[in-house]
Design a protein around this ligand. Structure first.
Ligand SMILES: [Zn+2]
Length: 125
């Protein structure tokens, strides 16, 4: 396995938001839609350190909630449409916003975790 210092530093925003390897910036971070691949297909770095946990879901819930609920409130106050109009517009909008943000945010959090060497705390001997 090659060492980290053989690769130029990558921006976690460039690599993470595109779902690319945080070390080489070329391999794929994901296998499937949001599952992390076992290792990079270009530089062979193992992604077993990657544990974004509930982080992406929290950000997606907060951001998507702000966007969709804000839009629904605006439409309701401005136009007072019947309920089926809300359902027809905002249920699909929830799906699009949530599914569109989940993968880039998970990639970003994993890339930031790699960049900042974030890991479990432990006692120094
Ligand atoms: Zn790589």
């Amino acid at each position: 396995m090659q060492h980290d210092d053989q690769y130029p530093p990558q921006s976690p925003y460039d690599t993470g938001l595109k779902g690319l390897c945080p070390r080489c910036g070329q391999g794929h971070l994901f296998k499937g839609f949001i599952n992390i691949a076992p290792k990079c297909d270009v530089c062979d770095m193992e992604f077993d350190f990657a544990d974004a946990g509930d982080g992406p879901a929290v950000f997606v819930i907060l951001i998507a909630g702000f966007i969709v609920v804000g839009a629904a409130l605006y439409v309701e106050i401005q136009y007072e449409p019947p309920m089926w109009v809300h359902m027809a517009i905002f249920l699909p909008m929830v799906l699009v916003v949530v599914l569109g943000m989940l993968r880039p945010l998970k990639g970003l959090l994993v890339a930031l975790q790699y960049r900042n060497k974030a890991e479990q705390g432990r006692l120094v001997k």
